[in-house]
Design a protein around this ligand. Sequence first.
Ligand SMILES: *Cc1c(COP(=O)(O)O)cnc(C)c1O
Length: 498
Amino acid sequence: MIDPTAPHAAPARSDPADDEGERALRALFDPRRFASQGSATLELLASHLGAAASRALEPVMPREGPAALCEAFPARFPARGDGDVVAVMARALTASTSLHAPGFVGHQVATPLPDAALCELVAALANNGMAIFEMGPAASAMERAVLQWLSSRVGLPPTSGGVLTSGGSLGNLTALLAARQAKAGADVWRRGLRNGPQLVVFVAETAHYSVARAARILGLGDAGVVAVDVDAELRMKPDALAAAVAAARRRKHHPICAVASAGSTAAGALDPLEPIADVCAREGLWLHVDGAHGASLALSEKHRARLRGIERADSIVWDAHKLMLMPALVTAVLFRDAGAGAAAFAQEAGYLFDPRGDDDGDAWSDVGKRTVECTKRMMSLKLYACLQAHGTQLFADHVDACLARAQALASLVRARPRLELLVEPECNIVVFRVRGATNGKNAAIRKRVVADGRYYLVQVHRPEGLWLRTTLMNPLTTEGDLRGLLEEVEAAAVALDA
Ligand SMILES: *Cc1c(COP(=O)(O)O)cnc(C)c1O
């Protein structure tokens, strides 16, 4: 039967692109046009970097608030534009927080290597979608290579495997999914959670919120996430973990996984991985190490030992867009047993993955089998290319420098009696405040410093109150900047008293 809604074959039109709109579109693919827009874009970015270096980029965070920016970037678009995409990007850059300003010491987001940004451009233009090998041959091979290298850095065995994904939050979800599949005692992927015991994940209260969120996404609910006590240095107490597991078993709950943070979010505390791994081994729990921030310490000769025990993890999350200088996002999810990672997603998708294929489920080449994502960016390119082009020592040295900068800032804080540290920094996050000032006042101090424009720092709420928080991972920040920051903080405290 003929479907009357089906499009007919076009009558006598030789080329469907032979109309004005399509011709204009094709002109945008002209290599010469691309080259000229491209050099204008590079000029724009180069002058942005130059302005950062000469401190002309201030304020680090633009002063315009949400309302002003909605006006600057209205939801009105012309039917036909002037083609000047560089002008729009220039306005966006000006109104963006500048991570290359030496005074950027805020959130845990890398000041990206400019070379890595160039890789992003190539990844975007090539746009290989990665789900299957055929849609990302080079990207899949480079992904495998960086994963193998990262695995070996943290001491996982050659049977390990993994996947790159878009961020630590998605990485934690991916790892917990594998943990659930391995430890639930039933095929939860197929049967769902119905009628099964309450599954429980244990995590220190200082962990990143994405861990608790992932557990809830997995259907574990309120009772499925148990907060484990931390010590005075904000590190998970292994004894408290063991006690919490015992308490859960008494309630007839079913413990599946402990999540240790290697570099917890608030203050960068390193949970003691060795004794936590002992508890997990004794109790038959999956050990997930959330090393989104701190797994990079494994790159450093000097600091690697502080991750001792990470090699016993069943899964590890490691963000290269934190301490490895990469633009967001590129996260490695590493599995001690490559098969366990593949088992997390026992899905068939006949149109993508060949069910009769010769792979046995943990074959590396179709990465879409092992991620929440289907299409994803060629995120391996930037990391692979920078490791090849600049060598591994650059990254090791950067980790050392970041940790040294944190120690320098901590010493400067200690030398100023009006300031106090939350804890001695274990990695490159330094949390401090003006002693004796209320939470409101410390918040006002931060606001004032940020509004002054030379620095961008953040704040963190702890049971002990509100603290000012800095992450030292910007290679352009000098010790003079750190001194200047503390001077501004103290000056703001005085000004607010006046
Ligand atoms: C940053 C961070 C996350 C979240 O990672 P995203 O890449 O921002 O999604 C999770 N856990 C820890 C410990 C982190 O530092």
